[in-house]
Design a protein around this ligand. Structure first.
Ligand code: AVJ
Length: 369
């Protein structure tokens, strides 16, 4: 569709019009619309970033999630709140740690299979969920650029700063690449996706592992519902393996994962005026084999109380009491195949790293019978 010179107004599905919406023509008549367009940039017509959902709504969401989580027993917090600027930087540093094999293993696997995946799908659009720094994406973009005259990349991420930065860098590296960045919290509902001849959605890094059933299926179904038969999903999944390997990856010697875990408390301090002392919490990570997931918790070193003025709430902790901050599920081929099938995708390719540590699953949206 974006190959055409005249693109109909409904470049987006399920488009909602906002009264103050401003519409701007992009390049040769293509249009992007949203509640609050940030771009296109004055200096680069192939770069466009728009925001879905306002910071105000995001903060309300944080407030209600924190209230619900910290008044529950056992206490818990959603892992998506690790990722403010500092948390994103910490996660980036974790990806380079010797113990955190996930990122480099997936990267090497992608280098090996990206050409075959791009050849099989022949996408016009690469849509990436949780694109972050878009490091591994370049492997896919290299293959895409070779096979497409006018490739389109659609990074979707909650972090606007990160998105802007990586989108700008990608535009410099790939002169023919059109970048439509979407700043959105896709856990709160997937933003409308650009319509294209053939779309490949990539969800890498085993981030799907943060979603416990049935939330995993809900997310994949939402993706499938925005796609058409023939479109595809590339899912990166960390695989079940020796407990010691898994636990080291989430409790590194340098202590970066511990800082990353405690960062969620700093986020709550800043956003809700709380007085968490992160040093009063110990980082705990272990593999729960029965649930096939690594769990991260924060354990109070001593009994104390924390006040959260924005919620008008005081939370007390017993000595040793924990906050469950993350589940990182570990997968098998069977589990992934079943998850994909129950969400509307047929498993078309399954590629494992040579050490069977990590896999890439290619799911294809089923052609309607
Ligand atoms: C980004 C969710 C894939 O679960 O391995 C890294 C986050 N947590 N170290 C993961 C994380 C602790 C990461 N994901």
């Amino acid at each position: 569709m974006l190959q055409n010179n005249h693109v109909p107004d409904d470049v987006f599905e399920c488009r909602t019009r906002h009264p103050r919406e401003r519409r701007r023509d992009v390049d040769d008549g293509e249009r992007m619309t949203s509640a609050s367009p940030i771009g296109p940039s004055a200096v680069d017509p192939l770069l466009h970033i728009e925001q879905h959902g306002t910071p105000h709504v995001l903060r309300d969401r944080l407030a209600s999630d924190v209230r619900r989580g910290l008044t529950a027993r056992p206490k818990r917090l959603p892992p998506k709140y690790f990722y403010d600027d500092r948390g994103s930087e910490l996660f980036d540093a974790i990806c380079d740690l010797p113990e955190y094999y996930l990122t480099r293993t997936e990267h090497a696997l992608l280098r090996r299979v990206a050409p075959a995946i791009i050849a099989a799908v022949e996408p016009s659009h690469l849509i990436e969920l949780g694109s972050g720094a878009s490091r591994k994406t370049r492997v896919l973009l290299d293959a895409l650029q070779r096979s497409q005259p006018r490739p389109v990349y659609v990074p979707i991420d909650v972090s606007g700063g990160m998105l802007q930065q990586s989108a700008t860098a990608l535009r410099a590296a790939y002169p023919r690449l059109r970048v439509y960045g979407l700043v959105a919290d896709f856990e709160e509902g997937l933003p409308p996706l650009p319509v294209g001849r053939r779309r490949l959605v990539a969800y890498l890094g085993s981030s799907i592992g943060n979603f416990e059933p049935p939330a995993d299926q809900r997310l994949l179904r939402a993706i499938a519902s925005r796609l058409q038969p023939g479109d595809a999903l590339l899912l990166g999944v960390d695989l079940v393996k020796a407990t010691a390997t898994l636990e080291a990856a989430y409790d590194d010697a340098a202590g970066l994962t511990a800082e990353f875990n405690r960062n969620i408390l700093r986020v709550i301090n800043r956003e809700l005026g709380a007085d968490f002392d992160p040093d009063r919490f110990e980082h705990v990570a272990f593999y729960n084999a029965e649930a096939a997931q690594v769990e991260m918790h924060l354990r109070a070193r001593e009994a104390h109380a924390v006040s959260i003025p924005a919620l008008d709430l005081v939370v007390s902790f017993e000595a040793g009491e924990t906050i469950h901050t993350e589940c990182s599920r570990k997968f098998t081929r069977d589990v992934v195949e079943t998850l994909l099938a129950s969400s509307g995708f047929r498993l078309e390719r399954w590629d494992e790293s040579p050490d069977a540590a990590f896999a890439l699953a290619l799911g294809r949206v089923e052609t309607a019978a």
